[in-house]
Design a protein around this ligand. Sequence first.
Ligand code: ZN
Length: 112
Amino acid sequence: MTNEEKVEAVKKWQECEFVHQFVCGADGCDGVLVPEINKGLNGGVYLLCPKCSYSQDHIPDMVYYFDFEHLSNLMSVIGVVQKAKAEEDDRINEALSEIYAPNTPIDDDKHQ
Ligand SMILES: [Zn+2]
């Protein structure tokens, strides 16, 4: 994998809404780290905080081999299931409110 490919992989990771972003490790800084190519002697990719210049050499290998497409497909399926469940819950709550307590709102805490 070239450094440029690694940079692309880290960017994908940082933009993915389903994984934990790499954020700055410096006290009180919440900067989102960006990948940079080290042009120095050893080369390689590292993470840099754009807010405070904190840098981190270690990038877990899984970032480079992560199957974003698979995760994205999985999350769409979960989204469809959650939406269907929410609609089902609405229908059940509506039916219950008509049967047991007309004009009385259902307590949401008891119907998760
Ligand atoms: Zn920082």
